[in-house]
Ligand binder design. Sequence first.
Ligand SMILES: [Zn+2]
Length: 73
Amino acid sequence: MQRGRNLVFGLQYFEKVYGKTVVAVAQKYTSVDCSTCGNTVKKLLSVRTHICSCGGVLDRNHSAALNILGVVA
Ligand SMILES: [Zn+2]
């Protein structure tokens, strides 16, 4: 738990020093939801490529990052 507190403290410091905004996003479903159409595409953790019936094909982490950006934006 101490690591979590240190991370929060570090992010708060980053916000103040650099004038940036840090937003906490729940990680649940960020890598299973399609960043193109929003469909849920369940896959094992070992499956690193997101492939959706809408034609969206992305690296799993890239798709998750786009979903997170969608939450923040
Ligand atoms: Zn899709």
